[in-house]
Design a protein around this ligand. Structure first.
Ligand code: ATP
Ligand code: MG
Length: 493
């Protein structure tokens, strides 16, 4: 950005700050101002024009330093934009494109993009056809996602929402996807934790972290998801698949409400401004599966987080987001407190377009496992009465418990879909009855390690699940059972 004096020369207009209620200021003068235009203050601070009144204009301040009554400002004839480029990978920036360490925009970016654009039209979009794998067994098996889908991650505080997304990031980086993570109004310590996690897992070179901590001005926090989406669009245009994560949009809405109330906008439901739905819809509409001239298609998959209070999904912002997105994954505190990780409530979660991306084996298996798990949950409730159980129910309870066990995983473990399918199918078919749960867990970890290291093993296992339908796959699994179990044993040498 140029200096105040440079812009004054071109615009020939200046205004004076008449009144300040942070983060907004009322300004006299600037007759040529247009809504959304950027303004620069004498001191170098930046703001954006929020609304025009009869003789005065209202400006949104992005500054951390206070602007004083009586300071001069001029308009710039430009809109809010951020620098974009390949070099963003591995960087942590604020929503104006400045680094968090020195507050300056790095000099090497050649391109600037407007952060608030009209979402692409239907003619630029394509049907969602490929799977988006998260590396989290319970999601990939039971709630499959597609590339370009917008899936809400919703749940109470501290139920593992961020942890689930971290596993997803690890998996997606393996697949060559670029990840843009928007940390919206988080504590500085949380932002630091994220950075450390990415560095420790050696994935930071595929991630752009856009962060505005709680210490920043509410207007800057408000911009965070828009900047993140703009950066995602840049990489999409380079032909790269992108995953965008908004952590979280409930906080975003709260900061937007704060700005709107200070700007004396008419308060709507729960005091949120009337256009909060439009704001989120316009943002999330920018994700999807798009036509690309060279690649054919590229996707921006969007995973926004929303926070609930006491699992109340009818909350205004949460229900808005549920209706904008293509489904939601519900993290449940009661499941979390039973010690299950990730604590996903499968029956109450929804995925609308993911199923169309599955091959027939996975589709059949998803259907069968969902039905089985429902039966299992029902059978489990009988055990509370101390009734005598038939052998059939006992075997179902054992298999159900084993299945839940393999669907539990730590944050840093990524489960390849082939392994998840093989183990789920073998447990469901009762092919692992001689092992207890702890052993099954160990067998799976060994097989994952071999699958990732050894190309031959990978091919052999992939081939088992790559069949026309689940019946053929199960038949093959039954024939090759001994071979698979042998592979699950750690190598002696
Ligand atoms: P917040 O509301 O603060 O954003 P959150 O819903 O994002 O919380 P996390 O911070 O991801 O939740 O997780 C809460 C706690 O649960 C953390 O201490 C985390 O280590 C633990 N946790 C979550 N998922 C797992 C997992 N799969 N394995 C081990 N620990 C987990
Ligand atoms: Mg979190």
């Amino acid at each position: 950005m140029q200096s105040y004096e440079d812009y004054l020369k071109t615009s020939n207009e200046y205004g004076l700050v008449a009144n300040i209620t942070h983060p907004t200021a009322v300004v006299d003068g600037l007759p040529g101002a247009t809504p959304g235009e950027l303004v620069v203050f004498e001191s170098g601070e930046v703001g954006q024009i929020l609304s025009l009144h009869n003789k005065q204009i209202e400006v949104l301040l992005f500054s951390r330093k206070p602007v004083r009554v009586g300071s001069k400002l001029t308009r710039t004839d430009t809109r809010l934009s951020v620098p974009v480029g390949e070099k963003l990978l591995g960087m942590t920036i604020n929503p104006l494109g400045e680094t968090l360490t020195n507050g300056k925009t790095p000099p090497f970016f050649k391109e600037q993009r407007d952060i608030d654009i009209v979402p692409p039209k239907i003619t630029q979009r394509q049907r969602i056809t490929s799977s988006f794998l998260t590396g989290v067994g319970v999601i990939d098996l039971l709630l499959p996602l597609g590339k370009g889908q917008r899936e809400l991650v919703v749940g109470d505080r501290k139920t593992g929402k961020t942890s689930f997304l971290l596993t997803t990031i690890l998996k997606q980086v393996q697949e060559g996807t670029i990840v843009v993570y928007a940390a919206i109004g988080k504590q500085l310590s949380d932002i630091k934790k994220l950075k450390t996690f990415f560095e420790k897992e050696k994935v930071s070179e595929s991630i752009v972290l856009v962060a505005a901590s709680t210490n920043e001005s509410p207007s800057l926090i408000y911009l965070t998801p828009f900047t993140a989406m703009t950066i995602a669009e840049y990489f999409r245009d380079q032909g790269r698949d992108v995953a965008v994560i908004f952590d979280d949009l409930s906080t975003h809405a709260k900061f937007y409400r704060q700005i709107a109330l200070i700007a004396k906008r008419f308060p709507g439901r729960e005091s949120y401004p009337g256009d909060v739905f439009y704001t989120h819809a316009r943002l999330l509409e920018r994700a999807g599966n798009f036509t690309h001239p060279q690649k054919g298609e590229v996707a921006i998959t969007c995973l926004p987080i929303a926070e609930t209070v006491e699992a109340n999904l009818t909350n205004y912002i949460v229900s808005n987001l549920i209706s904008i997105t293509d489904g939601h994954i519900l993290f449940d505190f009661s499941i979390f407190s039973q010690g299950r990780r990730p604590a996903v409530n499968v029956p109450l979660s929804v995925t609308r377009v993911g199923k169309q991306t599955q091959d027939s084996v996975r589709r059949d298996l998803t259907r069968t496992l969902l039905a089985f798990l429902t039966q299992y949950e029902r059978a489990k409730s009988f055990t509370h009465f101390g009734t005598e159980l038939t052998d059939e129910i006992k075997s179902m309870l054992k298999r159900g418990k084993e299945l839940s066990q393999i669907l539990d995983q730590p944050t840093t473990q990524v489960i390849p879909i082939t392994i998840a399918v093989i183990f789920a199918a073998m447990i469901w078919k009762g092919m692992l009855t001689e092992f207890d749960e702890a052993t099954i867990d160990k067998l799976m970890s060994t097989l994952i390690a071999k699958y990732e290291k050894d190309e031959k093993t990978k091919k052999f296992l992939d081939n088992l699940v790559d069949k026309e339908n689940v019946k053929q796959s199960l038949l093959l699994l039954e024939q090759k059972r001994e071979e698979v179990i042998a592979l699950c044993q750690p190598n002696k040498n």
